[in-house]
Design a protein around this ligand. Structure first.
Ligand SMILES: [Zn+2]
Length: 67
């Protein structure tokens, strides 16, 4: 299942904004919620990151690695 984000999670701009190269590689944590473009609380760990939207909950880099 693919979720189509409404906002660029790295810039907070409406869909279609530029995604930084580091972000595409999964090195850069998202900073904005794709659903509401709120600024998320981001925590970077040695093995990844987690980002939390006060409305939509947490996103974890481990979730994205799942296939
Ligand atoms: Zn949100």
């Amino acid at each position: 299942m693919t979720v189509a984000p409404r906002y660029n999670v790295y810039t907070g701009e409406p869909e279609g904004g530029d995604t930084p190269a580091a972000a595409r590689l999964g090195l850069e944590p998202p900073r904005f919620c794709a659903e509401c473009a709120r600024r998320m609380i981001v925590q970077v760990r040695p093995d990844g990151w987690s980002a939390r939207c006060s409305r939509h909950g947490a996103l974890d880099s481990k979730d994205l690695e799942k296939r």
